[in-house]
Design a protein around this ligand. Sequence first.
Ligand SMILES: [Mn+2]
Length: 292
Amino acid sequence: MATSERPVVVRLLSVASNRGYPTGHADRGSEVLRPLVAAWLHQCGVVVDGDLPVPVEADEGMAAMLSSLSATVAEAITRGRQAWVVGGDHVIAAGTWRGVSRALATRVGLLWIDAHLDAHTPWTSPSGNAHGMPLAALLGRGDPAWSGPCLDPTRVVVFGARSHEPAEQALLRDQGVRVIEMSEIRRRGLSTCWREAVAIVADDSLAFGLTIDLDAFDPDEIPGVATPVPGGLAVGELAPLLFDLVRSSHCVAVEITEFDPELDASGRSIDAVRRLVLAMASPTPHSIRSDI
Ligand SMILES: [Mn+2]
């Protein structure tokens, strides 16, 4: 994995979506997080050449929202920017990574950090909530209005999963996606599992990205998510590992999703996101270690 010689220029986008989980407030989460993420990036010396909300119209459907996000992301990637997309619920991934794939005219690799598999389709989901469907959609399985093959399944890893249904496991198994569950991370160790994940996603000088569902982390550290699951990743353990990944010259986009400010009265979740962003954006790995 090559670390970039040139400074990364970031295009920061936010998407005020709760379309994937309409009873939650991840739409408001994007409005809270975007200025904070911008400030943390500046603090790290990252050049941010654009900082804007992707418009979400009240009367537009899922397909229209994801299309407009896809087009905005594609424009940033075409200009050589590293796109940072702040959600919003995780259904936005179905727009973000379609935009990346379209701009690069290829199927991309993706590290999917999540407590869930997000590999339901409208026909298998018990809840019907679309934030549980974006990975299936990006593999070409789901509502045809907003699904299509955008990822290379042999370079996709789900990391930190611990809550899923059999239909999702079957879909990912059929596609050849590697799923590294929390139970395996506990058994084999975080750094061993991380090395394997990075080797799959970021090998061979091909474009890849990172999508973070904040529910991957332990709810003790990040309670501000719609669907918390106990026994998650530790922020302080994962954060230092993210640095090399995001600074790779082939890392084209980073996505942070599912923050719900209504569920973060303590402010703990915001502080955890701050530590993650500083870890990913700091100029050197050394300088982050004193900060997290
Ligand atoms: Mn998710």
